[in-house]
Design a protein around this ligand. Structure first.
Ligand SMILES: Nc1ncnc2c1ncn2[C@@H]1O[C@H](COP(=O)(O)OP(=O)(O)OP(=O)(O)O)[C@@H](O)[C@H]1O
Ligand SMILES: Nc1ccn([C@@H]2O[C@H](COP(=O)(O)O)[C@@H](O)[C@H]2O)c(=O)n1
Ligand SMILES: [Mg+2]
Length: 209
């Protein structure tokens, strides 16, 4: 890394440390409904939604030098190196005036988790975990129809394997710290959101209701 690049990196990290954003990680298997529920949380609770997958897909579209590498990784259901994804997340947090963020689909593996913590110093308020059987997730992904290159049966199977082998251990890590809020995501969208709402509604409002 050159001197200017290193100075820029340091400036971003110190600005981020001053901003002290409130972060909720939103995790769950592919197709468990993370994006769907994040949209509801944004509408009701004023968070900003940052999907790591969406940021990576936008990076491909922008024609960035990492675009081809990211596209190949996504096609194979593999996890992009942390430095790439963290840089995109840092930029998105700093460019937004909000101070509370839903970070969807990140951290996806131990490397993501440890690097994000080391680089940003941000510890999540809690981790929202959408628990859903594979059979249901597969059905949802095959019916999603959003033109995603990774929504085909071969890549879906690879994504499930990566979720089990690399992402579940991250959820277990946060569970051991008492940070995981597990939601039954196999239910209809409205019922899932009722369970989500209870987690975001301040305790005093719940008492008054
Ligand atoms: N509770 C639900 N019941 C039935 N269908 C759902 C439910 N939640 C989401 N869906 C549908 O399932 C598909 C996947 O949902 P969504 O994109 O929110 O999942 P995701 O967890 O963000 O997936 P990915 O990890 O691939 O980004 C979408 O077509 C969505 O409309
Ligand atoms: N932390 C992450 C998040 C995502 N990816 C890659 O993007 C793909 C799609 O992610 P979605 O959350 O939108 O499903 C995912 O399969 C990975 O290839 C990543 O590398 N790191
Ligand atoms: Mg999504």
């Amino acid at each position: 890394m050159g001197t200017v690049e290193a100075a820029n990196k340091q400036a971003i990290e110190s600005t981020l440390a001053q901003k002290k954003p409130k972060v909720v990680f939103v995790l769950g298997g592919p197709g468990s409904g993370k994006g769907t529920q994040c949209a509801n949380i944004v509408e009701h609770f004023g968070y900003t939604h940052l999907s790591a997958g969406d940021l990576l897909r936008a990076e491909i579209k922008s024609g960035s030098e990492n675009g081809t590498m990211i596209q190949n990784m996504i096609k194979e259901g593999k996890i992009v190196p942390s430095e790439v994804t963290i840089k995109l997340l840092e930029k998105a947090i700093l460019e937004n005036e909000n101070d509370k963020f839903l970070i969807d689909g990140f951290p996806r593996n131990e490397e993501n988790r440890a690097a994000f913590e080391a680089v940003t110093g941000i510890v999540p308020e809690f981790v929202l975990f959408f628990d859903c059987p594979e059979e249901e997730m597969e059905k949802r992904l095959l019916g999603r129809n959003q033109g995603r290159e990774d929504d085909n049966i071969d890549t879906i199977r690879k994504r499930f394997k990566v979720f089990l082998e690399s992402s579940l251990p991250v959820i277990e890590h946060y569970d051991s710290k008492g940070k995981v809020r597990k939601i039954d995501a196999a239910k209809p969208v409205g019922e899932v959101f009722e369970a989500v709402k209870a987690l975001f509604t301040p305790v005093d409002e719940k008492a008054a209701a």
